[in-house]
Design a protein around this ligand. Structure first.
Ligand SMILES: CC(C)(COP(=O)(O)OP(=O)(O)OC[C@H]1O[C@@H](n2cnc3c(N)ncnc32)[C@H](O)[C@@H]1OP(=O)(O)O)[C@@H](O)C(=O)NCCC(=O)NCCS
Length: 327
């Protein structure tokens, strides 16, 4: 009998870090007053209950993949990484209109990334943190050297434009991060999970438009997500006081503020910078976290070397969080 061959194994970089961010939004700005022309709502209610002042909607001929290409290319430019250096493209999204083909491979081809491993990842609004966790672990395992993670959504395709419960919240856009190997750890372990028994709280009704039980989702997010963020910190060996910038998924400003309050009660600093990108971007699902960070870096409210704590949550129900250092 011949001896069974031993499979060669590989190891990757000692650690992973984020090298750059980019984002893209369509040009069309939609204010609360614009929405009140087509449904029974008003500017004050939306500001008070959700925190959104305006958001961006794509036009009919602007697609999720267009947003992803623009955000991905911007992140590569920010990182100073050539498309030819990227070997893996992960595209978290939950609004790609086709299952076949996926978005990732065509986005890679349009950016000029030659033949990468390319796949979509659906964990709804937790998608970016899932994708970042996968990218970091692929790099440490030696399966990837440089990964591009692009959260991209065209939620206006998935929302009944006259449904005031959802049309005021969701919006379009993309955010991206480039991840590479490093000697020093730049991305903490991902803490992720799901609560599939609550699947009926957010789903596509008749496979067409998003339906959600807003109050139940609100209660879940304001009670269950801060503990996940704290677990992500603990996994990275950090204290709440180490965090410079908190970036929860931009679902509702009151949810964001509730998570920040709970972290401060556990020792996060009063000068903790808390992302409030929802005010001008709306809820862009898997795009919201990298887009918020890109906007904050450009505005100077988040800077190189800052410790970020990100936590995503949404349909599934799914959640994920991790700490990382800003490039
Ligand atoms: C959806 C959400 C904004 C609704 O806010 P809410 O405070 O729960 O609102 P309710 O549905 O209880 O309605 C409260 C009142 O406002 C009214 N209302 C609801 N939507 C409205 C709108 N768009 N404009 C004006 N009034 C509205 C309701 O009719 C109700 O009126 P009433 O008190 O006279 O009956 C809120 O529940 C939410 O943000 N939930 C979390 C959703 C989320 O983040 N999902 C994504 C997760 S990724």
């Amino acid at each position: 009998m011949t001896a069974r061959p031993t499979l060669r194994q590989q190891t990757g970089a000692p650690a992973a870090r984020i090298l750059g961010f980019g984002s893209h939004q369509p040009d069309r700005v939609v204010t609360n007053d614009d929405l009140s022309q087509v449904m029974d709502t008003n500017d004050q209610w939306i500001r008070d209950r959700v925190g959104i002042i305006e958001r961006r909607f794509g036009d009919k001929d602007e697609l999720l993949v267009d947003f992803a290409v623009a955000a991905g290319a911007a992140a590569l430019a920010d990182a100073g990484v050539e498309p030819s250096e990227v070997d893996t493209l992960i595209l978290p999204n939950c609004t790609m209109p086709t299952q076949i083909p996926n978005a990732a491979a065509q986005v890679a081809a349009r950016i000029g990334i030659p033949n990468p491993g390319a796949f979509d990842l659906n964990a709804a609004c937790a998608g970016f943190c899932y994708g970042l966790g996968v990218a970091s672990d692929l790099i440490r395992a030696g399966s990837a050297k440089k990964a591009l993670v692009i959260g991209a959504e065209k939620l206006t395709d998935a929302v009944d434009p006259t449904d005031r419960a959802n049309a005021i919240i969701f919006a379009d856009g993309a955010g991206a991060a480039v991840v590479g190997g490093s000697d020093e750890p730049g991305i903490g372990p991902v803490v992720w999970g799901s609560a599939g028994e609550l699947v009926d709280l957010i789903y596509m009704r008749d496979g067409k438009y998003i339906y959600q039980e807003g109050q139940s989702v609100f209660r879940w997010a304001t009670t269950q997500i801060a503990p996940i963020a704290l677990r992500a910190l603990e996994a990275a060996g950090l204290q709440p006081s180490d965090v410079d910038v908190l970036v929860p998924h931009q679902a509702n400003l009151r949810i964001v503020e509730s998570i920040a309050k709970k972290l401060r009660a556990k020792g996060a600093r009063e000068d903790l910078v808390v992302a409030d990108d929802i005010k001008y971007s709306g809820n862009t699902s898997s795009a919201s976290i990298p887009m918020a960070i890109d906007h904050m870096r450009k505005a100077g409210t988040a800077k190189s070397g800052d410790v970020v704590l990100a936590v995503g949550f949404g349909a599934g129900l799914s959640y994920a969080g991790q700490a990382f250092i800003l490039p």
